[in-house]
Design a protein around this ligand. Structure first.
Ligand code: IMP
Length: 206
């Protein structure tokens, strides 16, 4: 394996890996996931912001593998809840909460809140770390939290998040459509441009 052009995605989630891989294609990099490093377990997300968590993951994987790493962290910010659950979105209903438990808790928390006050956004932060540099980007998609769950596809808060200017929740969309407009896709598109320049300049030393 060429060390110079390999990028390790700091995730065990194969769904995320294929989404990230398809957007970053064309960079001339060999992109691998943590499935190639089974000895690496989940990294504890001890930060209090998305950027801290993304950097913790990317720095850890870069330090262990010696290869450039790209990590992401995502949160759902709900205006009526003062921006919560944000960085704690995965653990909103408790430490090992299921997606359904998080969705139910959100619907209960917003009970009685009128449509116009149900505004929210998904925010993804990406961190790229190699032995020379740390680069960060973010992607945001605005939308609203619906009053009940719609659709069966997707994961997380997909059944109750309806992006602005769309009639469907993320769960009701084809995955290709969601992956074209999502917070992660926006962040990855921006990161791709940064990495293109970075690798062209030849500033990297990995
Ligand atoms: P992560 O940082 O990607 O693990 O995201 C943290 C939490 O945000 C997940 O456990 C989900 O609950 C939620 N989340 C992240 N991305 C999405 C998405 O695309 N749709 C719905 N929920 C998401």
């Amino acid at each position: 394996m060429s060390r110079r052009k390999t990028l390790v995605l700091a995730t065990h989630n194969t769904h995320k890996q294929s989404e990230m891989n398809s957007i970053l294609t064309g960079l001339g990099l060999t992109i691998i996931g943590l499935d190639k490093f089974p000895e690496i377990k989940d990294i504890e997300e001890t930060g209090t912001t998305l950027i801290e968590n993304a950097l913790i993951k990317a720095r850890t994987i870069q330090a262990i593998t010696g290869l450039p790493s790209l990590a992401d962290d995502t949160g759902l910010e709900v205006d009526a809840l003062n921006g919560s659950p944000g960085v704690y979105s995965a653990r909103y209903a408790g430490e090992n909460a299921t997606f359904e438990e998080n969705v139910t808790k959100m619907l209960v928390a917003l009970k009685g809140i009128p449509d116009e006050k149900r505004t929210a956004r998904f925010r993804t932060v990406l961190a790229f770390v190699d032995s020379n540099s740390e680069l960060c980007e973010n992607g945001v998609i605005e939308g609203k939290i619906t009053k009940k769950a719609y659709g069966i596809d997707g994961f997380g808060y997909d059944p109750i998040f309806r992006p602005k200017n769309y009639d469907l929740t993320f769960s009701e969309m084809q995955s290709e459509q969601k992956n074209r407009i999502s917070h992660r896709a926006i962040a990855l598109g921006k990161m791709k441009i940064i990495l293109e320049t970075y690798y062209k300049k030849g500033e990297f030393i990995d």
